[in-house]
Design a protein around this ligand. Structure first.
Ligand SMILES: Nc1ncnc2c1ncn2[C@@H]1O[C@H](COP(=O)(O)OP(=O)(O)OP(=O)(O)O)[C@@H](O)[C@H]1O
Length: 833
């Protein structure tokens, strides 16, 4: 079949204006793919076209498609441009061109006049017109936002009609205006709902009478030194008018509007990358741009086809090349955006072939999970192409998140084989605790030698995990020699899990000698001996009871695999990929290292140190994972609006974060989505705060009803702990608002949900209220924990991260409420003081 190259964004064509047209696109595609010459499409050249490859084709009696025909093999390649009413289509066809960008070798569809007007005069003129272009971009972005909101409402209406037809048993009539593939508003909206929704500025809710609206800071963009219009044009091939306007932008929001409306989408993304820390070379690598001297002077069809495969081109075009691609396209064109159009930075990470462990970082919503999912599928395909059985593990910190990863992988590639057994061919998606347990079960009594090496006790009964805190017992039995500041279960547990277990220390002599990097508290010989006493007691007590901790389970499994490898047994996996790696413990890291043979594509870790809410601060290299030179950062947010991000940054601002390589963490990243400003609700007491919450939820539900959006479960109230969750559910019920508490189970449909901030990790919702962000609740009281100073600071940092995680769950509207005094972690959020 001929290949069809399909663009991501056709917002400017008639399918955006007349949504009923979408239904015709499927049959058009089918005909084009089966036999373009004899299927009534009337694919015709245009007499006065400036580009001889341009064609128009019949979609309906009224509409024609504009496309390009490239011929370099037996079958043509059609590059689809858009659909317009007949006369408009002809005019557009006369003035568009598909060409190789001479500065970088990527293929673009652009207007003839834009393609040629790039010389010195053009730079001057572009400078003069920069402000006008910025203004136009702002107007256009607002128009796109309104259009998206309208489509969203039409979709919601169509869903509602379908649902009521289903209950009444009458046949469903498609609603005029219903659009497939539109922005998702779906259930609990765990990651992967797709579609970057723009919010109409007039969708800003009427705030509650006492609500404070938080204004964002909207600072000036920060560019690499020495950047100029000429550099952008000559080094990267960016259109001079776009470049001039970008450099003239005095506010980040102007740049974001410009990027969102750029004629050639990758050029807008490249500018955003430059404004968030990428260098010209980074952009060239990530977007797969060639240097001008390596670009052929003429654009032959085969070069154009090659240029459509660069990462820059593939961020805005997808290839439909086989029946499966076509089926998915025609099944309503409902690919979620994340499945098809990766950002070039994301695609580069999916495709890369590192020679050892690699790490990606990036703020909340930058698509780290999306990259992990794509890379898993890509590695499975590569193995299949090399005729190797897949041995892949995709893992993360909690079971809920693992379930979500499995769902996303299955969606992306339904043909992939899953396995539930460690070491079996296929893809295993699982938490690491389950993997460790399976390994130890298989080892059976043979684990005794390993237990001697790791725990200093020859044990075989290591599979029962205790909930009891045995550190309390050990402290009571032998803690009297410890100085006051070390007599805390948290300190001892940290010391054990960060220092003793990973270094496989089993004697006092070893403990006296080892290094304790990053522990913060110095221990002299006498103190070490006292600590060691308690550790020995703890281990005796565990052995007596026949129990182990999770960390011990993991450490034993890692040591067992190392011992097996020394005996020549292959390690279970060829590739291991980890999401949310910032929350892992040293024992997790050691197990990861032991699960996979060192080599190319072995370990892939996605992390965001700002979102570390469970684990302690750790550095990969201390546990045998060397990622130096193989770390990359994602800087483009796909989830939340820039207004919400601004507030989230204020929460981070006063914390000091380090990434998994021990380097200061950057938190600059951007979202081209715009929406309503966050709201602050300050109540005099708890009852009044519940009144506010009930009023806000009612307001949101009313707004949704008015907009035809029927997804109450995409509204969430997030709280610090389970006690507060149940309290809010009851309090709201008393006020006539029915909400659903969510614990470990999946998010149900039909009502707004209430869950802890921890549970919300990795999920997303359209509208989010953070409830009780007061001085009493956040940070949670750390007083009774008797932390060492370093551990105390780290616990506080985790509380800050938790609030950041919670705030970044909101796709569209964020609100924060408290009674009494606001949490000190909101210091810096304008209006919360
Ligand atoms: N290239 C893309 N195109 C469209 N949507 C995308 C793209 N990449 C990510 N998204 C969407 O952005 C949202 C956030 O993505 P994802 O969950 O992968 O981010 P994350 O960095 O893992 O976030 P978090 O750290 O908060 O868990 C999801 O709705 C996802 O579908």
């Amino acid at each position: 079949m001929p290949a069809i190259v399909w663009p991501s964004s056709k917002v400017k064509d008639a399918t955006a204006k007349d949504p009923s047209l979408q239904a015709k696109v499927g049959s058009f595609l089918n005909k084009l793919a089966s036999d373009a010459t004899s299927s009534g499409l009337h694919v015709e050249p245009i007499r006065n076209a400036r580009d001889k490859r341009v064609r128009t084709a019949r979609v309906t009696g009224f509409y024609r498609a504009v496309l390009f025909e490239l011929n370099a093999g037996t079958e043509p390649v059609y590059v689809f441009h858009g659909i317009w009413p007949h006369d408009d289509a002809i005019k557009i066809a006369e003035s568009v061109t598909v060409r190789i960008n001479p500065a970088n070798g990527t293929t673009e569809v652009t207007r003839i006049q834009d393609a040629i007007a790039q010389g010195a005069d053009a730079v001057e003129q572009a400078r003069r017109e920069a402000q006008a272009k910025l203004d136009a971009a702002q107007r256009e972005a607002a128009e796109i936002a309104r259009e998206a909101a309208r489509l969203q409402a039409a979709n919601a209406q169509a869903r509602q009609d379908a649902a009521s037809a289903a209950t009444s048993g009458s046949p469903v009539q498609p609603t005029a205006g219903a659009v497939q593939g539109g922005p998702a508003t779906g259930a609990g909206a765990a990651t992967g709902t797709g579609g970057t929704t723009a919010l109409a500025p007039d969708a800003t809710p009427k705030p509650l009478p006492d609500a404070v609206v938080v204004k964002g800071r909207d600072a000036a963009p920060t560019w690499p030194q020495g950047l100029s219009i000429e550099v952008l044009r000559d080094e990267l091939g960016i259109d001079v008018r776009l470049a001039a306007a970008a450099l003239a932008a005095t506010r980040e929001s102007q740049l974001l509007d410009l990027a969102a409306t750029a004629e050639v989408p990758w050029q807008g993304e490249a500018l955003l990358a430059l404004a968030t820390g990428s260098t010209i070379d980074d952009v060239r690598d990530d977007f797969q741009l060639r240097r001008p001297e390596h670009v052929a002077a003429d654009s032959s069809d085969s070069e154009l086809i090659e240029g459509l495969r660069t990462r820059a081109a593939r961020s805005s075009f997808t290839w439909i090349e086989n029946d499966e691609d076509l089926r998915r396209a025609i099944d309503g064109l409902t690919f979620a955006q994340w499945q098809v159009f990766l950002h070039p930075q994301q695609r580069a990470l999916v495709d890369s072939r590192p020679n050892g462990p690699m790490r990606i970082s990036g703020g909340a919503g930058t698509g780290k999970t999306v990259v992990a999912v794509h890379r898993t599928v890509e590695l499975a395909r590569r193995d299949a192409a090399a005729k190797q059985e897949p041995h892949i593990l995709l893992t993360t910190y909690t079971r809920n998140l693992a379930d979500d990863l499995r769902r996303q992988v299955a969606e992306l590639d339904p043909s992939l084989e899953f396995t539930e057994r460690v070491g079996q061919p296929g893809l295993m998606v699982s938490g690491l605790d389950k993997v460790a347990r399976a390994i130890l079960q298989r080892a059976g009594d043979a684990i005794a030698d390993t237990a001697t090496q790791v725990l200093g006790r020859r044990r075989t009964n290591v599979l029962t995990v205790t909930r009891k805190n045995l550190w309390d017992d050990a402290l009571t039995l032998t803690g009297e020699d410890l100085p006051e500041n070390l007599r805390s279960t948290d300190f001892l547990e940290s010391e054990y899990e960060l220092v003793v277990l990973p270094q496989r220390v089993t004697t006092l002599q070893q403990y006296l000698r080892i290094r304790r990097p990053g522990r913060g508290v110095a221990l002299d010989r006498r103190k070490r001996a006292a600590v060691w006493n308690v550790i020995e007691k703890y281990r005796d007590r565990s052995a007596e009871l026949g129990v182990a901790s999770f960390a011990e389970l993991l450490a034993l499994a890692a040591a067992w695999l190392d011992a097996e490898a020394a005996r020549g047994v292959p390690r279970p996996y060829r590739h291991v990929l980890v999401d949310e790696a910032q929350d892992l413990t040293p024992a997790h890291l050691q197990l990861l290292r032991a699960l996979v043979e060192p080599g190319p594509d072995d370990l892939f870790l996605a992390e965001d140190s700002h979102q570390r809410i469970y684990g302690k601060k750790i550095t990969l290299s201390h546990y045998g994972i060397q990622v130096r030179g193989r770390s990359r950062r994602l800087t483009r947010n796909y989830r939340t609006t820039r207004q919400n991000l601004d507030l989230a940054f204020e929460i981070l601002e006063r914390g000091k974060f380090e990434d998994l390589e021990g380097q200061a963490e950057q938190h600059h990243y951007v979202s081209p989505r715009s929406g309503p400003e966050p709201l602050l609700l300050h109540a005099k007491d708890h009852a009044a705060e519940l009144d506010d919450a009930a009023a806000l939820l009612n307001l949101w539900l009313d707004e949704d009803r008015a907009a035809g959006v029927d997804a109450p479960e995409s509204i969430a109230v997030l709280v610090r702990d389970r006690y507060q969750r149940d309290n809010v559910v009851t309090g709201l019920a008393h006020r006539g608002v029915e909400v659903r508490p969510v614990d470990r189970e999946a998010v149900g449909r039909g009502r707004p949900v209430v869950m802890t901030m921890h549970r919300a990790k990795g999920l997303e919702f359209r509208k989010v209220l953070l409830f009780d962000v007061s001085v009493e609740a956040i940070p949670r009281s750390l007083r009774e924990q008797e932390y060492s100073e370093a551990d105390h600071d780290d616990a506080l940092l985790r509380e800050r991260s938790l609030l950041y995680v919670a705030a970044t769950r909101a796709r569209d509207q964020l609100a924060i409420s408290w009674s009494g005094q606001a949490s000190p972690l909101l210091e810096g959020v304008h209006g919360a003081a």
